[in-house]
Design a protein around this ligand. Structure first.
Ligand code: ZN
Length: 302
């Protein structure tokens, strides 16, 4: 990235079950290839941004909790790795926070400094910005645990240790379990599907399949409740919704707007609910904003 322009990109399989340490040589090699492809000398580079789907420390130096993805990540010193193998400073940040930074400067958050973002996918990501400042909190947890709001007392145990988290009620990670326990599932068309994810649920619900319709309704209510909780906690003007499940945005967005307009307590007016604009490029754009913020700690230019 340079000045909001993508100069070159490279993707490879996550292979998170093998750990992050095994990926680092591949990442370093890809970095050199990218510089080559973009005709950029490595010495011209300013910094490297690491965008991670889990908790990171508030100083953006390391991964704090892995939640089953790259389980070795909290033990790795990524800053030392960057210094040794790339001769560059490395900054590490939660993926939802990076997504919000990108949307704020270049996407669906432009022109607004009071934002909440929710990502719906394997899990449920969340993040909050108040008056142009990303909230990180004392331990890096502020705002990002929206997927672990309790939405069902006595519900399923979550991988985080809590019971009845939003993720256990409406995320791709728990959807097969949610579906199996749903009344009427065994006789439903959903039970015959080889893969039970939200793409399947929204497709069958669109065809009127009763079990899929019920799970879709329940899921939208859970996501709506998460958003209302975030609105009550962080006082945003706009909520941005992203993540893979938003492939069904035509159905989800109107339902979420309806839920928020009926249940959020905002006497000043109505919170906007919009779809993310950057898609899979959020990490590229967001990391540029992150690195500017980290390299100039007095704040990001707006
Ligand atoms: Zn949880």
């Amino acid at each position: 990235m340079r000045d909001a322009a993508v100069l070159a990109r490279e993707t490879f399989a996550a292979e998170s079950q093998d750990g992050l340490a095994r990926q680092l040589p591949k990442i370093a090699a890809a970095f050199a290839t990218l510089c080559d492809r973009a005709s950029v000398d490595m010495a011209e580079c300013t910094a490297v941004g690491f965008c991670y789907p889990g908790l990171t420390d508030p100083g953006c130096r390391r991964v704090v909790a892995a939640y089953g993805k790259y389980t070795d990540a909290p033990t790795l010193d990524l800053v030392a790795w960057g210094r040794e193998y790339l001769a560059l400073p490395v900054w590490v940040e939660n993926d939802a926070r990076v997504a919000l930074l990108g949307e704020w400067q270049f996407g669906a958050g432009r022109g607004c400094d009071d934002l909440v973002m929710v990502t719906l996918g394997t899990g449920i990501g969340a993040v909050a910005m108040i008056e142009g400042r990303l909230r990180r909190g004392r331990h890096g947890q502020a705002g990002v645990l929206g997927g672990h709001f309790t939405v069902r007392l006595g519900g399923r145990r979550c991988r985080c240790g809590n019971i009845g988290c939003a993720e256990t009620e409406a995320s791709n990670a728990y959807l097969p379990a949610i579906a199996r326990e749903w009344p009427g599932f065994a006789e439903s068309r959903l039970a015959a599907e080889p893969v039970i994810d939200y793409a399947t649920v929204f497709r069958l619900a669109g065809e009127g399949e009763a079990c899929a319709v019920a799970i879709r309704t329940h899921s939208v209510q859970v996501w709506g409740a998460v958003i209302v909780n975030l609105i009550h906690a962080f006082d945003p003007v706009r909520v941005i919704v992203g993540g893979g499940v938003m492939a069904s945005a035509d159905t989800i967005l109107p339902a979420l707007r309806d839920y928020v307009s009926r249940h959020a307590h905002t006497p000043w007016g109505t919170v906007e609910v919009v779809a993310s604009a950057l898609g899979d490029d959020f990490a590229l754009f967001g990391c540029e904003v992150l690195l500017r913020e980290r390299m100039q700690p007095t704040g990001v230019s707006r």
